[in-house]
Design a binder for this molecule. Structure first.
Ligand SMILES: *Cc1c(COP(=O)(O)O)cnc(C)c1O
Length: 372
């Protein structure tokens, strides 16, 4: 039986490791471990790739969100809106900076928060900020309207781009066109490091400067401090790995997008699985393939695929407002039940850079049999 993993990080391009190792040796001999030229180069490479004005490297994607919230002035008791369908790091980060998370339900069609929902949230919770999360390698379809809405209502907008590195909206980089956004280079992301790393992006030089300062103890010079920050510096080794990976990224994205497109094209019209596509105007990066199964069928389909050697994911299996401890921190929620339904219906098929044609063909063949 053929085996297809949900994700395989070991598909290095020919020559990738061979050309990386001498760079690592150089770094070790120079003992340049934290900060330095590779990190600076990484910040400018990242900004260039995303057409962003400023990029700030940091230790991971969760820190990036916390730093962004702090740089946006979110503090004790401030309400912050976020989607109920997201990764826990977003909820957690709001609490960690003293804010109060208020969850918004998703639009069942796009499985992202809509501008209408954000408007309702602003009305109801008078938030200081919105943490908009772009899931699945897409952009939230209403991103441009949401940006305007936040600006008009003096709500600080932070965009979590952990999954949308390289994605575009109306021909523009999602991250690069934002006021303040974050990303993660956790190895499984579209641009993965070989450990933890993250970054912030801003169009505002002052905001970028504050973010940079927060990543390094709020330093103004080595032993002088202008802010209460913490240590969230990117290691030089991770920066080297990212700098080395970036030239391969467009090709990796193209190979992922091909897989997503093939699933959509070849698995149309099945009764028990429906593939979603990014909204028109949104160009995906192929981070995840996204399908919905009828509630009650999803887990059966997942199990049947596993029996055929195919591993799948569920991003995400339950709403943030319903986690064991969320009740103690939740400021409130707007909930029409769409997030819960989505979490019971979502299924992500295998999708990763350099997935082979025979692997995709095998997945397609099995899904046709199982989900018909
Ligand atoms: C991965 C991820 C994060 C967290 O990033 P880390 O680098 O793992 O801390 C935050 N938000 C979303 C949407 C993510 O997918």
């Amino acid at each position: 039986m053929q085996k297809v993993p949900f994700i395989d990080l070991s598909r290095y391009e020919p020559g990738f490791l061979e050309t990386l190792l001498p760079k690592v040796e150089t770094l070790l001999r120079k003992t340049q471990f934290v900060g330095g030229a590779e990190v600076e180069k990484c910040e400018s490479n990242l900004a260039n790739f995303e057409y962003a004005k400023h990029a700030v490297a940091c230790a991971n994607g969760t820190d990036a969100i916390q730093i962004a919230l702090r740089a946006a002035g979110v503090g004790k008791g401030d309400n912050v809106l976020l989607p109920d369908l997201t990764f826990w790091a977003t909820f957690e980060s709001i609490v960690n900076v003293g804010g109060v998370p208020c969850t918004l339900d998703i639009d069942p069609q796009t499985i992202h928060v809509s501008a209408k929902m954000v408007a309702e949230g602003i009305e109801k919770f008078k938030p200081k900020a919105l943490l908009l999360v772009h899931l699945y390698g897409w952009a939230a379809p209403d991103t441009l309207a949401i940006r305007k809405l936040c600006q008009d209502n003096n709500v600080k907008l932070i965009e979590d781009g952990a999954q949308c590195f390289g994605a575009k909206i109306n021909g523009q980089s999602v991250i690069g066109s934002s006021w303040l956004s974050t990303t993660s280079f956790y190895p499984a992301k579209v641009l993965g490091a070989s450990g933890d790393a993250g970054a912030l992006f801003s169009s505002d030089p002052q905001v970028a400067k504050t973010c940079k300062q927060l990543t390094d103890h709020g330093r103004t010079s080595h032993y002088s401090y202008g802010l209460i920050g913490w240590n969230s510096r990117m290691g030089a080794y991770e920066a080297t790995f990212l700098n080395h990976s970036l030239p391969y990224l467009n090709e990796r994205i193209a190979s992922r997008k091909k897989v997503c497109a093939l699933y959509r094209q070849e698995l149309k019209g099945l009764s028990k699985i429906k593939f979603l596509a990014p909204a028109s105007g949104v160009e995906e990066n192929g981070y995840l393939s996204v399908a919905l199964c009828p509630a009650g069928e999803r887990d059966k389909i997942k199990a049947a695929l596993l029996e055929k050697g195919i591993s799948t994911g569920v991003v995400y299996p339950s709403p943030m407002s319903q986690q064991e401890c969320s009740g103690r921190f939740l400021g409130g929620k707007i909930d029409h039940g769409h997030t819960l339904t989505a979490t019971q219906s979502l299924l992500n098929l295998p999708c990763f850079a350099h997935m082979s044609e025979s692997e995709t063909a095998y997945v397609i063949e099995q899904v046709k049999k199982i989900a018909n």
